[in-house]
Write a protein of this length. Structure first.
Length: 124
């Protein structure tokens, strides 16, 4: 029948995937560490607890967050120890900027459920 109208195909949407917001929460806890230092400690504990069994993209964030905590603690300790000779203040400033940039990049990738590239980097 030439006049028969064929309805358009119904688009198939993939099933909804549960979004894991835990990496994002940990980045926010790290940034909150500038006001309340205890939140950074809570964040690293959460990263250790959640890293096993997480989605592969989230595991990269947890590894990155754990490294960020320990490297940041190292930089901050060196900055505090050397603050009495004034070289520590630029080290502490660098550490704060370093932490903010790492968290901002992590939030960017985490919000899109993307793995963090180059998780073993010492810089950004």
């Amino acid at each position: 029948m030439p006049n028969e109208v064929i309805p358009p195909p119904i688009p198939v949407t993939p099933p909804a995937v549960a979004k894991d917001d835990t990496p994002m929460i940990i980045y926010i806890l790290y940034l909150g560490g500038f006001v309340f230092a205890l939140t950074s400690l809570v964040g690293v504990i959460m990263a250790y607890v959640n890293r096993n069994g997480a989605a592969p993209w989230a595991q990269t964030h947890y590894q990155f967050q754990i490294r960020t905590f320990w490297i940041g603690l190292l930089f901050a300790t060196v900055g505090l120890i050397t603050a009495f000779v004034l070289i520590g203040f630029p080290i502490l400033l660098f550490t704060a900027i370093w932490m903010i940039v790492r968290c901002a990049k992590g939030i960017k990738y985490s919000s899109n459920s993307q793995p963090y590239p180059n998780v073993t980097s010492w810089l950004w």
